[in-house]
Design a protein around this ligand. Sequence first.
Ligand code: HEM
Length: 128
Amino acid sequence: MKKDITCRDDIALMVSVFYKKIANDTVLGAVFNGEKKIDWDKHIPAMCDFWENALFQSGNYKGNPMNLHQHLHKVMPLNEVHFRQWNILFIETIDELFSGHYALLAKQRALNISQIIQQQLFAGKQTR
Ligand code: HEM
């Protein structure tokens, strides 16, 4: 029986496993390691803060993911295929490592935010 996500160490594991998959992925690797090369040393701790806040209301995440993705989309256009792959890898990561209330909540939050970002980026536009 896998354990649930209960603390920052669990989140740090989830984030590192997830972004290793992303970096090696044929669809998403190019976005993260492409032209606008992402600074992993900043992104990983920021994502830990984000998830700690999203799951446990730690209050330590102050960023604006909506603006960041809108900006990213201008530099490196994203489409539904990118988001579908992001969702698949996220769910896969959680299911490999954890199970329980917070594991489920993380998957629900991720899919929900994914949907909201896509609505904002692709509103009224043909994406494929
Ligand atoms: C195709 C899908 C996605 C791609 C390619 C993508 C890519 C990126 C990149 C490159 C950044 C860094 C932006 C920067 O620092 O300039 C970023 C930030 C972020 N992403 Fe995504 N993202 C995707 C989907 C999502 C989804 C579904 C979530 C939902 C949890 C998410 C959560 C975040 C957050 C919270 C940040 C901000 C971290 C911070 O404050 O520095 N992303 N994303």
